[in-house]
Design a protein around this ligand. Structure first.
Ligand code: SF4
Ligand code: SF4
Length: 108
């Protein structure tokens, strides 16, 4: 099991979750952040700090955003398991479903 980041993060990326993660497994893509499914230890620390409620426990991901499980997992298909997001910086990629979205507007 893992936590999953869904659509509300797209084009927002305020990184509040990154500060909370004890294992540095939340990686930054071009338009959103992605949780590494194998590196995540399911501690849940990231979920309550997200200002737009983009983070869900895998089984609790809303139906409309179920595809984001595969988006998070697929993001790492080429990266493998880097063992830490900080050293990676911003990764010049996004899951195809994210890359295909029109610009997302946020009130903040
Ligand atoms: S659940 Fe814990 S380990 Fe997993 S991404 Fe969130 S803060 Fe990191
Ligand atoms: S806290 Fe939420 S909006 Fe901010 S980067 Fe993390 S998932 Fe994205």
């Amino acid at each position: 099991m893992t936590y999953v980041i869904a659509q509300p993060c797209v084009d927002l990326k305020d990184r509040a979750c990154v500060e909370e993660c004890p294992v540095d497994c939340i990686y930054e893509g071009k338009r959103m952040l992605y949780i590494h499914p194998d590196e995540c230890v399911d501690c849940g620390a990231c979920e309550p700090v997200c200002p737009v409620e983009a983070i869900f426990y895998e089984d609790d991901t809303p139906e409309e955003w179920k595809d984001y499980y595969d988006a998070n997992v697929g993001f790492f298909s080429e990266l493998g398991s880097p063992g830490g997001a900080a050293k990676m910086g911003v990764i010049d990629a996004d899951a195809p479903l994210v890359a295909a979205l029109p610009p997302q507007e946020h009130d903040e």
